[in-house]
Design a protein around this ligand. Structure first.
Ligand code: NAD
Length: 346
């Protein structure tokens, strides 16, 4: 077989540089496209064996049908989450692999960076001192020591976030759909977590079940002044309910690395444009909201791991017909993963 051809969508400069390094021996023919993978751009993958995609490429039914028609055999996600792929529809048609972990430290540390920036007003101080304004009015923060932090999702990232919080002397409570037995983590119900936490950080995947888990009702249960951190997926939070919660002074601050309608905005430069999304514009205009553009993963260590694992996934899949990092909707159902029985998802 000749070199495998990979159509690489939503390619940014930093992606190119890490993948070119990982592919320095030229074993893959990688074609980089700046555009995202959509029904309209699918054709760019004509003649390719693999499409390599990221968080905001929308791999819906029509895209899957078109890729399968073009005989593309593998969707290689260069991210951990796969909520943007209709994995149930893809089952039996095209295989999907992902990078389950590349640097959980990168994301957990970014969540902490957002938290400290927000509560110590570093974002304000940076702008003030640049303008030689050394006034401290309005800059009062609060100690993290002794505060209760509620962590939703205690997987790889959540656990590292917990460890860092403990270093600050915070009291940690957590909710996970599948609590880790023997971990020593104090698990509570979601309602209890909403009620008791001074700070809430989301580290669970987005599923149909937990979409908008932070909504008007859950915000109403939270402490006045609660700080919300979301570095997971935007749609875990109902953004309009968040705006209302902030306007009512119930939510004290929001630190958002992800946003439910981010796909048309994040990763692009709109500094000379009028952004159409009023909810995002309202959030960004608020002094107690910090938005970063899905940047939590972006460390050199993570980029290098993403490139290495993605190319290893492709290699493994084409050499063996299966891959340990394959995802299908059956893999998500406990004890139903076909790979366990046949070493293949289908
Ligand atoms: P992980 O699979 O190691 O952990 C996820 C945890 O969430 C697991 O313990 C799981 O049991 C739990 N969980 C599943 N469904 C849940 C639910 N409905 N309610 C509560 N808990 C639930 O994943 P991870 O590597 O820690 O990543 C967590 C999330 O972080 C990913 O799903 C992804 O969405 C997000 N992420 C964001 C970035 C970024 O750049 N912002 C980068 C990587 C990952």
């Amino acid at each position: 077989m000749g070199r495998l051809k990979i159509a690489f969508f939503d390619a940014k400069e930093y992606d190119r540089s890490s993948f070119e390094k990982a592919n320095s021996d030229g074993r893959f023919d990688i074609r980089y496209y700046e555009t995202r993978l959509t029904e309209d751009t699918c054709r760019l993958a004509e003649g390719c064996d693999v499409v390599c995609v990221f968080v905001n490429d929308d791999i819906n039914r029509n895209v899957i049908d078109k890729l399968a028609d073009m005989k593309v055999r593998l969707i290689a996600l260069r991210c951990a989450g796969y909520n943007n792929v209709d994995v149930e529809y893809a089952y039996g048609k095209i295989h999907v692999v992902r990078v389950p972990a590349y640097s959980p430290y990168a994301v957990a540390e970014h969540a902490i960076a957002l938290l400290l920036t927000s509560i110590r007003r570093i974002h304000k101080a940076y702008i003030r001192t640049k303008d030689f304004n050394f006034s401290l009015n309005g800059m009062t923060g609060f100690d993290l020591h002794g505060k209760t932090v509620g962590v939703v999702g205690t997987g790889k990232i959540g656990r590292i976030f917990i460890d860092i919080c403990k270093g600050f002397g915070m009291h940690v409570i957590a909710y996970d759909k599948f609590p880790a037995e023997g971990s020593g983590i104090e698990y509570v119900s979601l309602d209890e977590l909403w009620e008791r936490s001074d700070i809430i950080s989301l580290h669970c995947p987005l599923t149909d079940e937990n979409r908008h888990m932070v909504n008007e009702e859950s915000i109403a249960k939270m402490k006045k002044g609660v700080v919300l951190i979301n570095t997971s997926r935007g749609a875990l939070i109902d953004a309009e309910a968040l705006v209302e919660g902030i306007k009512l002074r119930k939510v004290g601050a929001a630190c958002l690395d992800v946003y439910e309608e981010e796909s048309n905005v994040f990763f692009h430069d709109y500094s000379n444009h009028i952004v159409d999304d009023d909810t995002l514009a309202r959030l960004i205009s608020m002094p107690n909201v910090i938005v970063t553009s899905h940047q939590a993963f972006l460390t050199s260590e993570a980029l290098s791991n993403i490139a290495d694992t993605t190319l290893t996934n492709v290699e493994e899949y084409f050499a063996q017909g299966n891959c340990k990092n394959e995802v299908c909707y059956k893999c998500a159902c406990v004890n139903k993963c076909p790979q366990d029985h046949s070493k293949k998802c289908f």
